[in-house]
Design a protein. Structure first.
Length: 235
């Protein structure tokens, strides 16, 4: 049977082809943008607050995360399970991100002050690229869908965590995939990324998306049980 007709579960893990983004993405970005916009509007008409809307988007992404983990585990055929905290975070920011978006997340950072907090940063998250947030919903992060995916992957792997998405304005001179020269931006932080140390990066060379003035920070806060287990493995 040719690879073109093979079952999606049997296809090898691609190096740069994401399901939603990449040179040979298997889902049209315009189709995804339309469907996702409809999903946001559907939930918006059924909630009374921005928090409730973000929770609904997270819930929608959670089941996707569980299935993405199952798909990647089946296709890798390595009979390997991540048991360390940093290993699963690198798995999410590299393997999972590549499978969905055709690239690594732009940065993975850990908090200097809180041992249970980590940040995955994406300068051009697909879910907010084609969605305009009205002024009366200015604090809404439509990237909450991706935070739900992250939470689903982590929970399925045995690392329960609270994951939230936060838009953060770019700092002055910050280099991004769509702004490689680091031209000036207005600096404004939503909790920001100061106080965090970088633990890995993965730049996207796609120069065709519109320039953005913000990035999305996915804040991952692990449960105490996960931290205790990881500390025990250190001994």
């Amino acid at each position: 049977m040719s690879s073109r007709n093979s079952n999606i579960l049997d296809r090898p893990l691609g190096r740069s082809n994401g399901i939603l983004r990449g040179d040979q993405a298997s889902v049209s970005q315009s189709a995804f943008a339309l469907l996702y916009s409809e999903l946001v509007q559907y939930h918006q008409s059924r909630v009374a607050s921005i928090t409730d809307l973000e929770r609904r988007l997270e819930s929608s992404g959670f089941g996707v995360g569980l299935r993405v983990l199952e798909l990647l585990a089946y296709r890798s055929r390595e009979n390997k399970r991540e048991i360390r905290l940093m290993s699963i975070l690198h798995f999410v920011s590299s393997t999972v991100w590549k499978s969905l978006f055709g690239k690594n997340a732009d940065s993975l950072e850990r908090s200097i002050e809180s041992a249970d907090e980590f940040m995955i940063i994406d300068y051009e998250p697909l879910t907010s690229t084609y969605v305009s947030v009205p002024s009366d919903l200015g604090q809404l992060s439509v990237d909450a869908y991706i935070s739900g995916i992250i939470a689903g992957v982590l929970d399925g792997a045995g690392f329960p965590a609270r994951v939230t998405a936060h838009p953060v304005n770019l700092e002055d001179g910050e280099i991004t995939p769509s702004n490689p020269s680091g031209s000036q931006h207005n600096s404004s932080m939503h909790g920001g990324s100061s106080g965090y140390t970088n633990t890995g990066t993965g730049r996207n060379n796609n120069m065709f998306l519109p320039s953005r003035r913000d990035k999305c920070v996915f804040l991952v806060k692990f449960s105490k049980e996960v931290l205790a287990r990881d500390a025990a493995l250190e001994r």
